[in-house]
Design a protein around this ligand. Structure first.
Ligand code: UDP
Ligand code: MG
Length: 332
């Protein structure tokens, strides 16, 4: 795959790349109900399009249902399907990394299998890519399909994250996006095994634009992200980029220390003016428990970072691949 030719104004020439090689990267976890629907829709949306040469890289993230068998069956009929089978469930983030690592396309699009990311949008994204953008984000302008709790918690996540961490994560943008080969190579080269993709994508930067869409409901099956998993995901995001949560304790500690010092000064002055005063259990009790609580929280945050450092220090990969099934494999 050669490098693209660019016009002097930055546009990718149609003559230079009349056919775009597109890799869809599709993480799947217990999705036997949706893979068929997905492939049908992708074929309708992108199959007949001459300027698109497609490969669909499914990453089977340790499914315990018949997802893998189905994928292999579809692969026998459709040579555009490639299947990366992970050794167990590593989570969507790791699955995406695995898929991006084997994708060969000139542009790569991570996409959910449940049709919440409409495949038709890929054509619009390619249009923007041809204008010279390296990354085309798909922003959910309507997310009626998500529950109220999910929408509100997502809004708060972005608010808190963008307040305390850099770089900014664009609001209401998921993993669904088009990335040029240079961006994908840059991301593949990142060494960390804790992979909070939204953060990594934002960190990578590159020339970026956005298209809007309304996020539909899941086509079939059920969401794999329950409240507990989302909470863990949000914490991961907040702790992954920057030391602000650690620094917070320096400020808080300073403020509490200053307040205690002033209070001590006040007591000393009062003793000098009015004499010794015995009552004070309540204030003592409050001060001790309050400080105890603060210290425990502080230790907790330090523990989180220490844990992360520990995991990174082991240098274990983010995922293990059991096997990659290519369309022409004959020894299954
Ligand atoms: N997924 C995955 N591994 C997991 C959880 C989810 O590969 O551990 C995949 C899932 O199969 C789907 C995508 O990630 O293609 C998004 O998951 P889901 O639709 O359940 O999330 P939601 O849209 O509800 O946030
Ligand atoms: Mg979904």
């Amino acid at each position: 795959m050669g490098r693209y030719l660019a016009h002097s104004d930055g546009e990718r020439s149609l003559d230079a790349c009349p056919v775009v090689e597109v890799s869809l990267v599709v993480p799947v976890y217990n999705e036997s109900a949706t893979v068929g629907l997905f492939l049908e829709r992708v074929d309708r949306a992108l199959g007949g399009e001459p300027p698109v040469r497609l490969e669909v890289v499914f990453v089977n993230d340790g499914s315990s249902d018949s997802t893998l068998d189905r994928l292999l069956k579809y692969q026998q009929r459709d040579a555009r399907v490639r299947v990366v089978d992970l050794s167990r469930n590593f989570g969507k983030e790791a699955a995406l990394s695995a898929g991006m690592g084997v994708a060969r396309g000139r542009v790569v699009v991570p996409i959910d299998v449940d049709l919440q990311d409409p495949p038709e949008l890929v054509l619009e994204m390619i249009e923007q890519w041809r204008q010279g953008y390296d990354v085309v984000l798909a922003r959910r302008v309507v997310r009626d399909a998500d529950s109220r709790t999910k929408r509100i918690s997502a809004a708060w996540f972005y608010r808190v994250h963008n307040w305390i961490a850099k770089p900014m994560i664009p609001e209401n943008v998921g993993d669904f996006r088009l990335m040029d080969r240079i961006t994908v190579d840059a991301l593949n080269g990142l060494p960390e095994s804790g992979r909070f993709m939204k953060g990594l994508f934002a960190w990578a930067g590159f020339r970026t634009t956005c298209i809007d869409y309304a996020r539909p409901k899941r086509a079939a099956g059920s969401s794999k992200f329950d409240g507990r998993r989302l909470w863990g995901f949000a914490l991961e995001g907040l702790m992954s980029f920057g030391p602000f949560p650690l620094r917070l304790w320096t400020y808080l500690g300073g403020m509490v220390a200053l307040a205690s010092f002033l209070y001590g000064l006040f007591i000393a002055l009062r003793v000098l003016v009015v004499g010794v005063d015995t009552p004070g259990y309540a204030s003592l009790f409050v001060a001790i428990t309050f400080l105890g609580g603060l210290q425990l929280m502080g230790i907790g945050v330090i523990g989180e970072y220490l844990g992360k450092t520990y995991l990174e220090a082991k240098r274990r990969p983010a995922f293990l691949v059991r096997r990659i099934y290519e369309p022409d494999d004959c020894d299954r």
